[in-house]
Ligand binder design. Structure first.
Ligand code: ADE
Length: 232
């Protein structure tokens, strides 16, 4: 069982997504547990401020260290395992299917979602973080990034997808060598508006089908994502 501790100022936003589809099924099956924590609950004062103006001036607000440190110290002892600690930031290492596989092997993951312009640097220095970015663009907060990562990870956990092999056969999956995007799929009817299902897929010849799929995956990757083939 993989335990997620997600630290966010918008738990309802995170909860809403985890209650649907595969993330929900994963929890119902007992493959995963989600624990959401609002670090505003650990902020002081009538306004429970979690952010403040940056030293040295400049635009935007910075997340204060105290509520985050207090929240982390409250959450850590809630389970036996030390969590793998993920900080969502555009400055992090790029998230890929390989990183999803790495995280799916952990027993516990703590994710800190930022808001505002950034984190007080002492949050970075205070803990051993795996800083992860989901792409070269700036989101309003780490929540969507945390959800992207959670979704990609929980669907890899044993038994979550009906067919054990199904994640392997996808784009970037191990069945395609991890570096190809997926081959085309067809279902019934055999002919639709003049477009026919390729004969080989109807042949029942597993060897030929596997060969065709690999060729198609290579062709698609070359056309659409030649960069994936370059970094061999
Ligand atoms: N927070 C804001 N933008 C982000 C990104 N691209 N990846 C991860 N966390 C973020």
């Amino acid at each position: 069982m993989l335990r997620f501790d997600i630290l966010t100022l918008f738990p309802a936003m995170v909860q809403a997504v985890l209650e649907q589809s595969i993330p929900r099924i994963a929890a119902e099956q007992g493959a995963v547990e989600y624990h959401l924590h609002n670090f505003r609950d650990f902020a002081e004062g009538v306004h429970q401020a979690v952010d403040d103006r940056p030293y040295g001036g400049g635009a935007g607000m910075v997340l204060k260290p105290e509520p985050v440190f207090k929240c982390i110290r409250h959450v850590l002892p809630q389970a036996e395992q030390q969590p793998h600690m993920v900080l969502l930031t555009p400055q992090g290492r790029p998230f890929t299917q390989r990183v999803a596989e790495e995280l799916a092997a952990k027993p516990r993951i703590l994710m800190l979602c930022g808001r505002y312009e950034g984190f007080d640097e002492r949050i970075r220095l205070g803990w051993q973080w795996d800083e992860i970015s989901i792409g070269d663009y700036v989101l309003s907060g780490g929540e969507l990034a945390a959800l992207v990562i959670t979704d990609a990870v929980v669907r890899l956990l044993p038994g979550v997808l009906g067919d054990e092999a199904s994640a392997d056969e996808e784009s970037f999956g191990k069945g395609l060598g991890g570096k190809l995007i997926e081959y085309p799929h067809y279902t019934r009817p055999v002919e639709f508006e003049g477009m026919r299902v390729p004969e080989v897929l109807q042949s029942g010849h597993h060897g030929e089908i596997a060969k065709w799929r690999l060729e198609q995956a290579r062709k698609r990757t070359k056309e659409r994502r030649p960069d994936l083939l370059d970094d061999e």
